[in-house]
Write a protein that binds this ligand. Structure first.
Ligand code: 5AD
Ligand code: SF4
Length: 442
């Protein structure tokens, strides 16, 4: 039996790509092991979105080297593989496979090449028309399943490496997405997360020509599916019909992640984001005026080239105006190939760090304020874990908040009695900046 070990970094797309890779390898007769020492084939699924991603990858590959010479084969997958390509063979000669996400459909052929002793196997072409169909995805979570609906990205945000690592947009047919969802529902999955670098620009390639809102509605109507989430959205393509769909169907989670990146029009323009602050705020208004209480989260980049103190203040003001429930904030990081590389006037590292701290402190106080308002409320949670140390079940609300709770009878997942995967009503009793705590309601 051939064995493999895989490490995964990056976004949910990457996590799901690994599920597809694992499924494909299992179908090819490999078995998965938990340590690199036990593996014949060692795969590293990489991310290159920020920071010194390439250096980190080469550092980790160096650590793998101690296993070299034991007949093991090493492969680099994902965004750093796509970005660095064959250069990886030069810097890490023990690597035999370099493949980007657009090539995973060819994985069985690539494996044959590896098995026949080829030590320079690549899958780097981006000109694929097919969106990845997933006959073999081996999902890691028994209740929540990821489904890719669109691959790649046709935008050209000045800071972003994704168009270079994942290629142009390709949507999957609605029929194929619905078929996979129905199969998952039959297998007992109750939550679906629709994935894409920009799900809002989804366009059904079949004659039906559905847009994203139409697909979202249809997925939410499938029997057995109790929760549907989607990520990630680009504000420019985010239409009101998506909010109307959420309002109409409680199975569509009342949470929207809508990355703004900056609250300043001049920065947004330099970032080539294709919307203004006002246009973004219009979308926020749609959500605030919805019948359901929609939780809004976002991504922000501080210290984009030339960002002045005034421009940064614009972002702080936007935070106050929107009142996000959660924010992912990052220091701008120069990425290979991206348009922003050509911009002068880099913000010094210490200044980026200073702005990041200020932003995070402001957001923390907003979260404390917003979460505290939920004390006393009853929320339906999907139970996804149990914390032995605190004796609490870990639940997640439709709004995507973590709600840890105690249950008077079911104290722990033993004796066949478990809440895992169940939906349970919980009364919120305490609120922190990042999570809620409560008690199960009968
Ligand atoms: N530097 C810093 N943050 C970045 N992001 C994407 N590219 C960069 C970069 N070069 C952030 C954006 C995006 C999130 C996934 O990562 O905020 O929404
Ligand atoms: Fe990282 Fe972006 Fe690639 Fe996801 S798509 S793995 S976030 S670089």
């Amino acid at each position: 039996m051939k064995t493999f070990y895989i490490e995964t970094f990056g976004c949910q797309m990457n996590a799901h790509d690994s599920e597809k890779v694992i499924g494909t390898l299992l179908a090819e007769g490999y078995s998965q092991v938990e340590t690199l020492e036990a593996a014949d084939l060692i795969l590293y699924n990489t991310c290159s979105i920020r920071d010194k991603a390439e250096q980190k990858v080469f550092h980790r590959l160096d650590q793998f080297k101690k296993e070299h010479g034991k007949g093991k084969v090493f492969g680099v997958l994902g965004c750093v593989a796509q970005q660095e390509g064959e250069k990886i063979f030069e810097r890490a000669p023990h690597v035999s496979l370099v493949a980007g996400s657009a090539s995973y459909t060819k994985l069985p052929q690539l494996l044959v090449q590896l098995e026949s002793g080829d030590r320079r196997v690549t899958g780097l072409s981006l000109d694929t028309e097919e969106a990845f169909e997933t006959p073999f995805a081996r999902r890691g979570n028994p209740h929540r399943a990821y489904i890719t609906i669109i691959e790649g990205c046709d935008k050209s945000c000045a800071y972003c490496v994704v168009p270079f690592t994942r290629g142009p947009e390709r949507s999957r047919t609605s029929e194929s997405v619905l078929k996979e969802t129905r199969e998952l529902a039959r297998m007992g999955y109750t939550e679906i997360q629709l994935l894409g670098q920009n799900v809002n620009s989804y366009r059904d390639p079949s004659a039906a020509a559905w847009d994203f809102a139409r697909l979202l509605r249809a997925v939410g109507e499938i029997d057995g599916i109790r929760r549907v989430r989607f990520t990630t959205s680009h504000p420019r393509d985010f239409v009101k019909d998506i909010i109307d769909a959420i309002d109409e169907n409680p199975a569509l989670c009342n949470h929207v992640h809508l990355p703004v990146q900056s609250g300043s029009d001049t920065v947004l323009s330099r970032m080539q984001r294709l919307y203004t602050r006002d246009e973004y705020m219009r979308r926020i208004e749609w959500m605030k005026q919805a019948r359901r209480d929609i939780s809004i989260t976002s991504d922000i980049i501080v210290g984009f080239p030339g960002e002045t103190e005034d421009e940064f203040e614009g972002t702080l003001a936007l935070l106050e105006e929107v009142e996000y429930d959660l924010l992912f904030a990052f220091k701008y990081s120069r990425r290979p190939n991206t348009p922003a590389l050509a911009l002068r006037d880099q913000v010094p590292e210490e200044e980026k760090s200073r702005r990041l701290v200020i932003l995070q402190e402001k957001q923390r106080s907003i979260q404390i304020r917003r979460n505290s308002a939920l004390v006393g409320v009853i929320e339906e949670t999907m139970v996804e874990g149990y914390n032995q140390a605190t004796g609490q079940w870990i639940g997640r609300t439709s709004q995507n908040r973590i709600l840890n709770f105690t249950h008077p009878v079911l104290a722990g997942p033993g004796q066949g009695q478990t809440l895992l995967g169940k939906y349970w009503n919980v009364r919120v009793t305490r609120a922190g900046p990042n999570s809620l705590a409560g008690e199960a309601v009968a």
